[in-house]
Design a binder for this molecule. Sequence first.
Ligand code: HEM
Ligand code: CU
Length: 558
Amino acid sequence: MSETPIASETVDSVSKVEEYKGLYSWVASVDHKQIGILYLIFTIIFLLLGGIEALLLRIQLAQPTSTFLSPQAYNQLFTMHGTTMIFLVVMPMLIGLATYLVPLMIGARDMAFPRLNALSFWLLVFGGLLLYYSFITQGGAPNVGWFSYAPLSEKPFSLWTGGVDYWALGLLVAGIGTVSSGVNLITTIFALRAEGLTIRRLPLFVWMVLVNSFLIILALSILNASLVMLLADRLLGAHYFRPATGGSAILWQHLFWAFGHPEVYIMVLPAFGILSEVIPVFSRKPIFGYEFVAGSTVAIGLLSFGVWAHHMFTVGLGHILDSFFGIASMLIAIPTGVKIFNWIATMWGGSIRFTTAMLFAVAFLVQFTVGGLSGVHFAVVPIDWQTTDTYYVVAHFHYVLFGGTFFGIMAGIYYWFPKITGRMLSEGLGKIHFWTMLIGFNLTFFVQHILGLIGMPRRVYTYPDLPHWGMLNLVSTIGAFILALSVLVFVWNIIASLRNGKPAGDNPWDAWTLEWATTSPPPVHNFDRLPPIRGRRPLWDFTHPDKADWKVHEKNGT
Ligand code: HEM
Ligand SMILES: [Cu+2]
């Protein structure tokens, strides 16, 4: 009986995948492609949940003095909406794309730690379930906002709701998985690159995932530690954040935003990476200023840890700290601007193909810039004092997160869906999806700038019938329903294309990074063979030998 050969235990965990069939093969999978797809399915489900929560909020706000939702329900819904979109939609969608794509883009067979990869994903699932379980507990879901400020989140103030406990526990479980993903991605990128693929030849998406993974390890660890402290306060009678017993409520704000600001970059850097792949391919030009795009990412990553207190200008930190954090925040606009100019210069003079992916990328550029500009407004301390906690902030972060990141993710999905599934998404439905999303998004959020400037506070469950307030809010709600429609078109496009989309072939866009050098979808082992890697566009060099990058360089003597 004890004859089990040792070899069977050390069988390469990746090749075992093929033995399982059906649903079980997905649950047991340690293949980065299957896990990447699971991430995408999971996040689309939570996108629909978070979207329904948003619609309920917008219905309540469509008219003044509305009673559609109770104040308690409203608070729970905006907390769950924000938490869901950040932790269960945007961040894991980007990590899922990275999990699927990074090994392919560097010519590797899988992630460095395939089992850890599966663990990261399933921890995210359990974290999400814990968070949503709170809805059916006594007292309901958490209702203290996605940043759970102390002392509101502490026992004496949130006594009857276990919601905060589920919030902290859910984010902690998911957060441990996220840190593991960061470790896994960094190791993969450093250790498993194909021969010839030096760091300076890495695709920019991989570059940005690399920088991002360092941000994840540092920032999510701060959050995880803070969550443990909060749980200790709530469940074990500690008093880190309880002023009445000698703790410090401001400490929570410092810890949360020391995580929270890098977090906003964690949510945007991989989307920058997507743009840096999509724009060059659909402009038929290599990226303009590769070194600057990569280098500015590192600059953003470093700076992002030095600006957190711009979320705390109204706390009363004093002029010196306020000035420091205001100036540091403005500095981030420089490397960000560098990127915007690089993308525009890449399009300049290119032969642009306006596919759905490219349309989403261009919309990202415009909308993200609008959000970046309102961000610079907030960095001016006296302006922040006037506008903080108003709808101007809500407009700002939706322009960067939705108009920017989410549009970027959409560009990525239209670009890589053919690789992942072997079928094209419908360009016709894609264009309908794009235009409804563009119109819906701007209707919903542009007017919120005005609402904020005329004084409407955020996180209020209703408002009096003041001049323009009702009308602007109604426009915003109508926009939200158009947005919801666009999401349905998107989901329909995915289902219809999976059923009978046009077969994609290996490289439908005539792109040049390595993931397009294998079949669509790729085999379990990813590659039968790789093209020789002599530059940044190995597949281009291989398929266009007369116009290969290294030949052009040789001719120009560069
Ligand atoms: C030039 C770049 C940016 C600057 C200078 C900037 C500045 C600011 C400031 C000062 C605030 C605090 C406003 C307040 O509460 O009074 C803020 C809020 C916020 N920002 Fe930005 N931001 C920038 C880019 C981004 C990016 C890229 C993202 C995400 C991808 C982002 C997401 C957010 C979010 C989610 C909030 C709201 C946090 C809350 O609930 O209070 N920002 N931003
Ligand atoms: Cu910030």
